[in-house]
Ligand binder design. Structure first.
Ligand code: SF4
Length: 392
């Protein structure tokens, strides 16, 4: 059989991992596989099946375009749509396109295959991709109300016992996409195996500060990562966050290399609970006082069809914009590093508006200069990556 794999033309920093695993699965059965991104005109295949993946729900439009394009190009051919958007809103996809198969969740039969990284060479955007991406676990021990993982993947389970079998021999870096790596029953073995590869390691998702202890901190430090990412979303995590920072520092990691993702604009109508500008400021102040980097993450409802439309009833739109502006103007790579100027600005602020108020007509260069005056430039690589789940 001939199988065509389609990654719609949405923004993504990472290649479509789920499709690549599914491609390997089909290749192992003797099928001819090919990968395209977007609406490809020059196709050298007459496929028996077209697999189209999807990502965040607000990136639905390129997925719909791909369905329409390939259905027209190959009328009568089976089209299967999977990925995150299709898994979260299968009825919406089916409503618009009754002729497609919608696949919800992971393709379990493909999970144990090494992704077919070689076919990335046929797609301009991914030609020089040199990193192996893997989930050593799926699921999570927690049930955070803003997170889709427990709903789609359930309780934590080990998905790969020997990570070295899933690292491509030509790759220079390993990226882990585990949702809650420190909760893995085999976190120790995985870290030791990763260290033995001698490759650059990146835990792309935030580590759970509540699970950090002395031993874990030492193993994490042994991996020599440029940035340690954790999460500090709600005030009741403060004590755990402080302990985690102390453990990491004792293990030899400089505080300015520790980055905390901080959620804001979350609201649960069920119990009318959510963060507020004041609670967000307190968290930003805590992180600044700890000498660490904060990386604000604006909450998007799981079924959001348009990015940045949702405004929590506990926030005003101008306050959300103020954070976006501050990240651009006085932040660095979207984050707030512990530059003395920034730490002082946040520490002395009595209110959210005072902390995030920017001087009028201040250019980005001027603002950065005033914040960084006399200070060492932070060399951390705060990327604020968002994960591209590997559903296909
Ligand atoms: S936010 Fe993190 S810790 Fe919470 S449920 Fe999701 S993956 Fe687990």
């Amino acid at each position: 059989m001939e199988i065509l794999f389609v990654e719609p033309q949405y923004y993504s920093k990472y290649p479509p991992l789920g499709l690549l695993k599914l491609a390997s699965y089909h290749r192992s059965r003797g099928d001819k596989i090919s990968l395209v991104r977007g609406l490809e005109q020059n196709l050298n295949t007459d496929p028996d099946i077209v697999y189209i993946t999807s990502l965040f729900t607000f990136a639905w439009a390129p997925v719909h375009k791909a369905i329409e394009y390939y259905q027209k190009k190959f009328p009568g051919t089976k089209i299967s749509v999977g990925g995150l958007y299709a898994s979260i809103m299968p009825d919406r996809v089916k409503f618009h396109y009754p002729f497609v198969d919608v696949h919800v969740g992971l393709h379990e039969s493909a999970e144990q295959y090494m992704p077919a990284y070689d076919i990335l060479n046929t797609v301009e955007k991914w030609k020089n991709w040199d990193s192996s991406i893997l989930f050593s676990t799926r699921g999570c021990i927690r049930n955070c109300p803003f997170c889709v993982v427990p709903k789609l993947e359930g309780k934590i389970r080990v998905s790969i016992s020997d990570v070295q079998n899933f690292i491509h021999p030509d790759h220079k870096q390993v990226i882990l996409w585990d949702n809650n790596f420190l909760a893995s029953p085999q976190w120790r073995k995985t870290i030791i195996d990763l260290k033995e590869t001698g490759l650059k390691i990146d835990f792309n998702q935030g580590l759970d500060a509540r699970l950090m202890d002395e031993e874990k901190a030492q193993h994490i430090a042994d991996l020599n990562m440029p940035t340690i990412r954790m999460a500090y979303d709600f005030k009741d995590e403060k004590a755990a966050v402080e302990r985690a920072v102390e453990h990491l520092e004792e293990a030899g990691i400089r505080r300015r290399k520790i980055l905390f993702y901080t959620l804001f604009n979350f609201y649960n109508p069920g119990n009318e609970y959510g963060d507020t500008p004041e609670s967000f400021l307190e968290i930003i102040q805590d992180i600044a006082n700890l000498g660490c980097v904060s990386y604000p993450m604006r909450y998007e409802p799981i079924t959001s069809l348009k990015k940045n439309q949702f405004v929590s009833p506990l926030w005003a739109p101008e306050q959300l914009e103020a954070i976006a502006d501050a990240r651009r103007v006085i932040g660095f790579g979207g984050a707030f590093p512990p530059y003395q100027g920034l730490v002082d600005k946040f520490a002395s602020a009595k209110t959210f508006d005072e902390a995030f108020k920017l001087r009028p007509k201040q250019s980005k260069d001027d603002a950065s200069k005033s914040m960084n005056k006399g200070l060492e430039q932070d060399t951390s690589t705060c990327s604020g990556d968002t994960v591209s789940p590997s559903y296909s």
